[in-house]
Design a protein around this ligand. Structure first.
Ligand SMILES: [Zn+2]
Ligand SMILES: [Zn+2]
Length: 181
């Protein structure tokens, strides 16, 4: 029974409202008629159930970093879901360019790592931990550090006694890791 229409966000294809259905999320203009919008988002992506808030953020920001996807063998992995202008969702593990060697920075379970970490002769050990001082690093944080060398905003972190402090995060002078600046 569809007794309550919940609006999740705006359709990237036609600008209509995206509403929740029993199987996922669809554009209100997706009525099954020819020529109308065909947007439909499955409620389960990559063996992971999506929440309304996550779909709302994906529709608004067009990319969202999430954990808990799983392969067919049930190996869990994080990824970035990206929604194109056509409403098609893809998974992308590359989030930025390595500020040290120009390689690809990929999201892993514990850290954002450089794809050249195993390169013979000249491995790159650049790393940004997923959790720094109790703060879960966002896509924007990582992209700003890799592109600009420092976050644009101060980040709220926590000391061992739970005390809150705020600092920017940026590249160390040798560009091997992230430090509080
Ligand atoms: Zn639409
Ligand atoms: Zn690198």
């Amino acid at each position: 029974m569809d007794n309550e229409t919940k609006i999740i966000g705006r359709c990237p294809v036609c600008g209509g409202n995206v509403v929740k259905t029993c199987k996922g999320y669809r554009c209100e203009n997706n009525t099954g008629e020819d020529g109308k919008c065909g947007l439909f988002i499955n409620g389960v992506i990559g063996n992971r159930k999506m929440s309304d808030d996550e779909i709302a953020k994906l529709l608004e920001k067009r990319s969202i970093l999430l954990d808990g996807f799983a392969t067919k063998e049930w190996k869990a992995f994080p990824t970035v879901l990206v929604m194109g202008d056509d409403g098609v969702i893809s998974m992308e593990s590359i989030v930025a360019r390595c500020p040290r060697c120009g390689g690809e920075i990929r999201v892993g379970a514990k850290a954002f790592n450089c794809s050249n970490y195993r390169q013979e002769g000249n491995p790159c050990d650049f790393v940004i931990w997923r959790n720094i001082g109790g703060h879960l690093m966002t896509l924007d944080d990582v992209r700003e550090i890799c592109a600009d060398g420092v976050t644009s905003r101060e980040i709220e972190m926590y000391g061992e006694n739970g005390a809150i402090y705020r600092r920017k995060l940026g590249l160390s002078p040798d560009k091997t890791k992230v430090i509080k600046v």
